[in-house]
Design a binder for this molecule. Structure first.
Ligand code: SAH
Length: 368
């Protein structure tokens, strides 16, 4: 076995886990705090860089541990500034992570699972099977890699390029709650990555029994992938609806801890031509949202090869938005980003698998 594989990785550990490691090493408890600062505030990639630690202690750390991030096996940059990475974890599994810069903020979209079990009909990741949950350290690793690429160390006080984090990448975060919760706590820590819970949004297709706990324990913003206003249609688009139908989902939203008019629940609504985009649908949506401090994100459908839908017309999206907006719910249309870099979630991963297959076939053909 390669020596570095046997060493434990400190990147991604929680405060408690780091403290336990230092205890195991026989180091004083304040060492864990110092390491926390180096790892999550300074982004150190090497123990040798930790100049506030004695040389002998740095050497001891290097003997037992590594500081490693997921590797970016592919990285794409859009002309609009969006960057997308395919991250490869220690066991070779891969997941996507996207940075979307805007005028006054920058959002990182992170994955919580490799693949997904939900099979939502419009989602490309839904065509991939679930391989496994991501570990907390791997989810934190996504943020670390992005910060490395953006050159954003030490954690800046202001003028950050990475201000917001959305758990909206591959996977269903509430089906991997423990790891996601652990990772979010590391991200929120004010002496480290320091991304406040107000800037972190968890998006779920509607795992109703976990919603209250998520609000109570993490206090992050909630986004619901709604996409349909009747159970009949939502059962098709988001099959999880058969388990947790609209009435239950909306009841969980009504009692989401911490939701107020200043901190609204986001309802994501992907605009599918002639499927869910009529004025009648918009009016039904307004009725469903009654009593919920809500905002509606209208998402133009990002098509992918073989997708069974088309994106609604601009006029249909505008008319839909006007109805929702007039009822008092902000309803911004999400600006399509990174259209030139395999924008639909899961596409980069599929493309890379295809690419590797064709490379392997070429190699095999050359050998035979
Ligand atoms: N499982 C979670 C998080 C992953 S999906 C959830 O369902 O919320 C995150 C968001 O990406 C969802 O709102 C989904 O609607 C959106 N999405 C997925 N594929 C899309 C596509 N091809 N076009 C537009 N939005 C898409």
């Amino acid at each position: 076995m390669n020596e570095s594989v046997a060493k434990k990785n400190l990147v991604g550990l929680s405060r408690e886990e780091l403290a336990a490691e230092m205890e195991r090493l026989g180091a004083a408890p304040f060492r864990a705090r110092q390491l926390w600062h180096w790892i999550y505030h300074r982004g150190a990639q090497d123990f040798a860089a930790m100049t506030s630690l004695a040389k002998s202690f740095r050497a001891e750390l290097a003997e037992h541990y590594v500081l490693s991030r997921p590797a970016a096996s592919r990285s794409l940059a859009s002309t609009d500034g969006t960057r997308k990475w395919l991250l490869r974890f220690a066991d070779g599994q891969e997941a996507e992570c996207v940075h979307i810069p805007e005028e006054d903020r920058g959002t990182l979209c992170v994955s919580s699972q490799v693949g997904c079990t939900l099979t939502c009909k419009f989602c490309h990741t839904g065509t991939q099977r679930l391989v496994r949950n991501l570990e907390a350290a791997e989810i934190v690793g996504e943020v670390m890699v992005a910060r490395d690429a953006l050159g954003e160390w030490p954690s800046p006080q202001d003028d950050r390029q990475l201000t917001n984090i959305v758990l909206m990448g591959m996977g269903e975060p509430l089906y991997n709650y423990d790891n996601v919760a652990k990772a979010v706590k590391v991200m929120m820590d004010g002496e480290g990555l320091s991304v406040s819970k107000r800037k972190i949004t968890l998006s779920t297709a509607g795992v109703v029994p976990m919603i209250e706990r998520c609000g109570r324990e993490l206090g992050v913003n909630l986004a619901i992938s709604l996409h349909a206003v009747t159970d009949e249609l939502r059962d098709v688009l988001v099959p999880l609806n058969k388990k947790y139908p609209l009435a239950e989902l909306l009841a969980a939203c009504r009692s989401y801890p911490g939701a107020t008019n200043a901190r609204r629940i986001t309802f994501e609504y992907v605009m599918l031509k002639d499927v869910n985009d009529s004025p009648a649908d918009a009016r039904a949506l307004v009725q469903l949202l009654e009593g919920i401090p809500a905002k509606v994100n209208l998402i133009p459908f990002n098509s992918w090869p073989g997708a069974p839908f088309e994106c609604s017309t601009d006029a249909a999206i505008a008319a839909f938005g006007d109805i929702v907006n007039a009822a008092g719910y902000p309803s911004p249309v999400r600006t399509p980003r990174g259209r030139d870099i395999l924008a639909a979630c899961g596409q980069l991963k599929s493309d890379s698998i295809k690419l590797r297959k064709s490379e392997r076939a070429k190699e095999e053909a050359a050998l035979s």
